[in-house]
Design a protein around this ligand. Structure first.
Ligand code: NAI
Length: 289
């Protein structure tokens, strides 16, 4: 499959990530079908799409003509079969659960062509975990977007041991065609690149708090004023969710028994419902306006 042959993209899972990946693809002029196992979410996606595109016109980011063209390219499918039939690329963005994804890829294999490129947006599950589910697994890779996918420029194309260089090239080309700046991750490794760096920084930041070296506020000041980070690690954690940071450490603990720096601290904050901006308190307080 070459990028010039790309006519139809299917995004499966219309949650936080899937709907944004699908709309971003449509904005760049590619026919895109989004589908979800939960039919109740389909009208929600429609309303979200309308509101988002309206907002782009109001902010002067897209013209009315561009929005009209985007709407022609953005399709909400009534079934997964409708979305993936004849698709050149399928991007899976369903729930982060290995067994559910395995079942999904096994079913998908019966519905798509043998040369359809299949990508998973998973942050922690590798494409090689699904190689037995599909014929010709050389076409299978991780294509990892960042939240919010309509805004964030990075994609990570993660090459599994079974992924061909051609598939990687296709996904790099697809990313560029849809306004992204992709990187080629040549091995499956936990956290890929960006989340790995993020975790290393958060790890050190939590260690410094645990050791009583400095407060979260002071560590954020150090990162922002000394390293030019746009946002210190604790402000960022409040934005992405202290709960998610805790789940990551808990997953490592459950799988390996290793308690990484900050585990007890994050557990306490998780149990106190101090999850960051979403609960009004995390490392900082966010009074309701
Ligand atoms: P989400 O929970 O917002 O959306 C998942 C959607 O998948 C739901 O609408 C659900 O109804 C649907 N779904 C579940 N099982 C399905 C099935 N068998 N067939 C079709 N649809 C099904 O989840 P989110 O956050 O969008 O994450 C999706 C994937 O993207 C995960 O693999 C996650 O690791 C990955 N990801 C998430 C990021 C984030 O910041 N939330 C960032 C990058 C990747």
């Amino acid at each position: 499959m070459k990028i010039n042959d790309l006519k139809k993209v299917a995004v499966i899972g219309g949650g936080l990530m899937g709907r944004q990946i699908a709309l971003n693809t449509a904005i760049y002029g590619v026919d895109t079908y989004v589908a979800d196992a939960n039919p109740e979410i389909l009208p929600v996606i429609k309303e979200w799409e309308e509101t988002y595109l309206e907002g782009r016109i109001n902010k002067g980011k897209l013209t009315a003509e561009q929005v009209a063209t985007t709407k022609q390219h953005f399709h909400i499918a009534n079934s997964i079969e409708e979305a993936v039939t004849d698709a050149d690329l399928v991007i899976e963005a369903i729930i982060e659960n290995k067994e559910i994804k395995q079942e999904f890829f096994t079913n998908l294999n019966k519905l798509v062509r043998k040369d359809t490129i299949i990508a998973t947006n998973s942050s922690f599950l590798y494409s090689s975990m699904f190689e037995d589910c599909v014929d010709n697994p050389t076409r299978l890779a991780n294509l990892h977007f960042f939240n919010p996918a309509l805004v964030m420029k990075l994609t990570e194309v993660v090459q599994g041991p079974q992924t061909s260089d051609e598939t990687v090239q296709f996904l790099l080309d697809f990313s560029r065609k849809t306004g992204k700046d992709p990187v080629w991750v040549k091995k499956e490794i936990e956290g890929f690149i960006a989340n790995r760096i993020l975790r290393a920084v958060a790890n050190e930041a939590l260690y410094l708090v645990e050791e009583g070296v400095a407060t979260p506020e002071e560590i954020d000041i150090a990162a922002e004023k000394g390293l030019n980070y746009p946002m210190g690690p604790f402000k960022l954690m409040d934005l992405t969710g202290v709960d998610l940071s805790y789940f990551n450490l808990k997953r490592v603990y459950d799988e390996t028994g290793e308690k990484r720096a900050g585990f007890d601290l994050l557990k306490k904050k998780y149990e106190a419902n101090e999850w960051g901006r979403k609960t009004g308190k995390g490392w900082y307080e966010y009074p309701k306006k």
